[in-house]
Each structure stands twice: as C-alpha cells, then as structure tokens.
Design a protein around this ligand. Sequence first.
Ligand SMILES: *Cc1c(COP(=O)(O)O)cnc(C)c1O
Length: 401
Amino acid sequence: MATAEATMNSKSIIEQFQQYVVPNYRRYPIALARGEGSYVWDAEGLRYLDFFPGWGCNLLGHCPEPIVKAVQEQVATLIHVPNTWYTEAQGRWAKLLSERSFGGQAFFCNSGTEANEAAIKLVRLHAPKGRYKIITFEGGFHGRTLGATAATAQPKYHEGLGPLMAGFVYAPFGDLAAVERLIDDETAAIMIEPIQGEGGINIPPEGYLAGLRKLADDHGLLLVFDEVQTGCGRTGQWFAYQHFGVTPDIMTLAKSVCGGIAGGALLTTAEIAPSLRPGMHAATFGGNPIAARAGIAAIEMIENEGLLEHARALSEIFRQRLIDLQGKCELVRDVRVLGLMIGVELSIDGTGVVQGCMDRKLLVNCTHNTVLRLLPAMNLAPQQVHDGCDILAQVLQEQAG
Ligand SMILES: *Cc1c(COP(=O)(O)O)cnc(C)c1O
C-alpha cells in the first residue's frame, strides 16, 4: 500500500494552520499522517491506538483495503456525474441499504447535517396542510447547518446565531408524557437519535422508542430516526432501531456509511418518498460514483468479514473491562454500552483523562465534559481492546490519585 508520509514536521504543520486555517476547531497538538486499521501515526512516526477513529466515520478502521480498492478503481473510471443521469453504483447502493433496513428508497447527500436537512424538508412537504412542527430532544445532536442547528436542542450550539429557524419544539429525552403534551394540530413529526451520541451515549429507557412510534401513529406524525452515528453496523446490528423493534418512517445516515469516505443518505418508505418531488431538493455531489462504490464496499466488507458478530463480541469485552474498572475506580459513575457505542461517565471533568490517554498513545473522546466516548472500529482485534482498556485503567487510577 502506498504511504504518503508527511514531508513537514508537526511543529511546522501546526504553524501553517495557525496562519491560514480558520480557528473554528479546538485541535490537539498532533499532526496525523497515516493510518492503518486502528492505528494512526503522527508526522514524527509515533503510533497511536485509535478508539475514536474519524469521529465515528472510520467504523472499518483506517484505510480498509476493500474501500481503498473500490475507490481507486472508481476514481480512474468515472469521478462524478450529476444526478440528471443514472449510474449503476448509486442504484445498487440504494438497493443494499433498502434491503438491510425497512425496504424503502434512498436520497443521497454528503454529510449528516445534509441528510437531516433533507429529512426536515421531507417532513414539511409530506405533512398535511398546517402541520410543520417537529419535536426533537434535549441533549440531541443533528448537525451544524441552520435547520439541523435549530433541531439540536442544546442552547450552547445556538448562541449568537438567532433568529433560528422556527418550528422545532424540544422534549426531555426519555419522558413519553412530555412528548405527548407537546403534540398539537401543527405537529408533523418526532425526530430522535435512537441512542444519543454527542449527548453522552444515552440509551433510551425500555419501551421508549416503541412509545414514540405509538404516539406518532396515534397522531398521524412521521417518526424520524437520526442514525448518522448509530447506523451502518455501529451497534452490532445494521441500524440501532433494529435493537428496539421499532421502525421509523425516515432514517438519516452519514459518518460511517461509506467506510470513511464522505457520504450521507436518507431512507424512507416508497409511500413517503415521492413527497421529495423533482425540483424541491437536491445535492450536487450526492450519491456520486466514488461515494456509492465506497458505500457498497463498506456493506460488502461488513458481511464478508462477519463484522456485525465481531462487533457484538468486542462489545462484550469492552463491557466487561469497563464494568470491572467501575468496580475498582471511584471516578467511574456509569458505563453505557450498545455494540460499539461506548460511554463511560466520570465524576470528574474528562479533559485530563483524554490527555493522559494521549500521552500513552491512546486516542479517546470526551463529550459533555464528563462522558468518555469510544466509537472504535468494528474490526479491532480483541487484544487491541485489552491494550486500550489497560491504558484507560492506568490513566483513571492515576487521576483518582
Ligand atoms: C455527527 C452527527 C451529525 C452531523 O453529521 P455531519 O456529517 O458532521 O454533518 C448529525 N447527527 C448525528 C446523530 C451525528 O452524530
């Protein structure tokens, strides 16, 4: 495999950013140059074990061979054609997604926020006249464009952006009666992540999603699941909703849907799909041949390598290691695991733990100040789970003093 090593050192790479790149991200002072599986290397050649590869996008690890091969082949054949033409790959990708979910049709875009914008438009276009409100949930996250920002019920993401798009009402996560109270004759849909990711790996209480399905059915609303983070095998099922036996009317995907290449999708039933009629919505690059080939390759790789089962087995190792850690370390308040969505709630701010892990060459994330979040690759080796958990245990013991 080709290895394009960085030609600059970390210090000069960082200086170049400081002069020329908009400072809208807080970045760690590490410049990454290369990745393979669950390892990444920095510009100096130091190796890190990555338990948060690509912010959840690299569910198949870094540079998985089937994705690399499909993309290399496609990029030399046809890079892009607009959606005024047909391509075999886009239709086949839609078929594979449809067959693994609820048998509907797909609209393709390039990111999670775009998939959610499409869902918001589809809800409004499909709803009976006068209905436009969408109920979303506190602690949820739906993306950074303005519609998705309004859908995201977290005040910190709204600061300074007002006036926000109207038509969203916010419910506490996990409280069915509160949702029912918010429904009125202008309500069109309920939109939720089946497991809140950015909000701290929050798993809904027993029966909650089924309760939302029933409320939607009773009141003639659409149920939208944002599976941008939970989807495509992350939880050990193709889609998280399959754990709960509850089917949405609309589902959005992105992050890992193309095995690390940029891509997004909306799936809906064949009855609802025509509401997104010609002229009402589009994405120039949506479903392009490279994304489509990568999307197909990701599904095939998961099946050929038995990765759904492997993810469930890895999940059990993580669960046992982390529950064991909870028993030994007073800083661990709660462990929340569904497949390879893993949250460790701490009694302290997690910044020092993330830094401590980084110092020992393990990459993890912390969300909402106190929740360590791991979104590891499905094709980790069990030994890598143990290696990473050993480091995490060591760092937490140190922090506990
Ligand atoms: C990351 C994420 C998004 C936004 O996806 P982008 O590709 O960054 O636009 C939306 N919803 C959920 C649940 C996410 O985790």
